[in-house]
Ligand binder design. Structure first.
Ligand SMILES: [Zn+2]
Length: 492
């Protein structure tokens, strides 16, 4: 595989690419940064890769990656027969880097500034979409790829007007100005856009609209030649080279809510990514595709460990398709990374001694240590969680009043979270209806801890596979991802 890729490049180009990256890296916060980058990248006429897939796990710090890998390896009932996640396999086969993601006005970033920095190479500020910190619009690698004759695509499993998808083409100093962001999305002429958020594309006269004006962006998209699809079947059947998929009125469902997904006929992340690949790869001049596992960040903000596990499993399922594509197409570069870390999830050891016996790594029964060091059963428990944590209260309160008793409270809790608690453990919570305390107990029982329900500054992984992947080794700032992609694709 590697030998095949190596034949695509010329030694001189490699030296020049490395020299450019070094120069750009040194000047990352200097005002001359952009000018230098432009001057240096002019040297490259021959691209290293034809296609780039940028796969972003929103909020996917190393903690979420570790959770997936530990589940795959060590859960007693791991759904991975080979006991290895795709992510682990992929990392063993790829070049690794670590990126810092600080922004102009802070050590911590949001998704808006992060995607702007990662795809434009320019420093941005919190809440800015496609704008640098000087409030000037920037050009992302996606826009440049389109101008260079490549097909381009955006796939996201939350809403199309969310920060990450919109940061690739829209320009706005306020990520929440969704009316104008939606308009920018349609005017971008991106070949394939698949996500949720239909409410921002229909006139306020229409039922379910979230717009504040009467603009009908669906009609505008029609005029621009888009085939507009609204469900799994429509997506599957579309033969167009220009598709706008808006699969839910607001955000798309969580991976853990499979029941809801089946009801709505909503495609999942992997089927959207696969369709985008099929359409874009028909273009002779290559493509740039951004795929975002967005709901992961939402699960992490909610501090919902079970939902996080299911988002990571969905992430991994999609990675399998992207990895396979890159493996079969040596002219393709697949970059997996995150915009930032959210939540700071971890398993901790604690003093809960209610579990006298635990399952050991080899599946045998073992005595608990001098503290509760987090039994491997927790991995199966997180997988066994049936719906979002926040649905617990709603579910219980939907019982007829005379059935809202301690027995049913305990049964529902144990069923929803794959736990075996007795009534006594939940009695006080039931009597006071203190759902916050129920969440605290749930986390403690699963040895789950969180640093925050916000974003944190932890550097995130960059994992690159295929043509040009070796340029992603090392430690750098996230603005350099854009520079590297530009150089590798030979974008002007
Ligand atoms: Zn977030």
């Amino acid at each position: 595989m590697l030998n095949k890729i190596k034949t695509l490049k010329k030694p001189l180009i490699i030296i020049l690419v490395l020299a450019t990256l070094f120069v750009v890296g040194k000047n990352i916060f200097s005002p001359k940064h952009s000018a230098n980058k432009e001057a240096e990248t002019k040297h490259f006429s021959e691209p290293v890769a034809k296609n780039v897939i940028l796969y972003i796990g929103d909020g996917m710090g190393p903690e979420a990656m570790g959770l997936l890998m530990q589940y795959a390896r060590y859960a007693q009932n791991s759904k991975y027969i080979e006991k290895q996640s795709v992510l682990e396999k992929f990392m063993n086969d790829s070049a690794q880097g670590l990126v810092l993601n600080n922004i102009h006005n802070g050590i911590v970033t949001d998704s808006a500034a992060a995607i702007t920095q990662m795809t434009s190479g320019e420093i941005s500020s919190a809440g800015y979409i496609g704008m640098n910190y000087k409030k000037q619009p920037v050009k992302t690698v996606l826009v440049k790829a389109k101008e260079n004759g490549k097909a381009v695509g955006i796939v996201c499993d939350s809403e199309l007007i969310d920060a990450t998808p919109s940061g690739l083409v829209a320009h706005n100093l306020n990520r929440y100005d969704k009316d104008n962001i939606a308009e920018d999305m349609i005017n971008s002429n991106v070949d394939v856009m698949l996500s949720g958020g239909l409410a921002y594309f229909i006139s306020k006269k229409q039922k379910g609209s979230k717009r504040t004006d009467n603009k009908d962006l669906v009609a505008l998209a029609h005029k621009k030649g888009y085939d507009i699809v609204y469900d799994k079947k429509g997506l599957r059947n579309s033969r167009s080279g220009k598709i706008l998929g808006l699969f839910s009125n607001k955000y798309m469902p969580y991976a853990i809510d499979k029941y809801e997904r089946e009801n709505l006929y909503v495609p999942d992340l992997s089927s959207m990514a696969l369709k985008a690949l099929r359409v874009l790869s028909k273009k002779e001049d290559g493509f740039f595709l951004m795929v975002e596992a967005a709901k992961l960040d939402w699960a992490l903000h909610m501090q919902d460990a079970g939902a996080t596990m299911h988002e990571m499993l969905a992430f991994d399922e999609t990675l399998a398709f992207l990895y396979k594509y890159a493996y079969n197409h040596p002219d393709t570069l697949l970059i997996v990374t995150a915009d930032h870390d959210t939540g700071g999830f971890g398993f901790e050891y604690n003093k809960d001694k209610s579990e006298k016996q635990v399952i050991a790594i080899d599946g045998s029964k073992a005595k608990m240590g001098y503290k509760n060091f987090a039994s491997y059963e927790n991995l199966d428990r997180l997988y066994g969680q049936k719906t979002l944590w926040q649905n617990f209260q709603k579910e219980f309160e939907s019982f007829p009043k005379d059935q809202q008793n301690l027995s049913n409270f305990t049964a529902l809790f144990n069923n929803m979270f794959a736990m075996f608690l007795d009534k006594q453990e939940l009695k006080q919570i039931f009597e006071t209806r203190d759902y916050k305390a129920a969440k605290t107990l749930l986390d403690a029982k699963r040895n789950v801890v969180w640093a925050t329900n916000n974003h944190i500054s932890t550097p995130v992984n960059v994992i690159a596979y295929g043509a040009g992947s070796e340029y992603f080794k090392g430690v750098y700032h996230n603005t350099e991802i854009a520079t590297k992609i530009s150089v590798i694709l030979g974008l002007e």
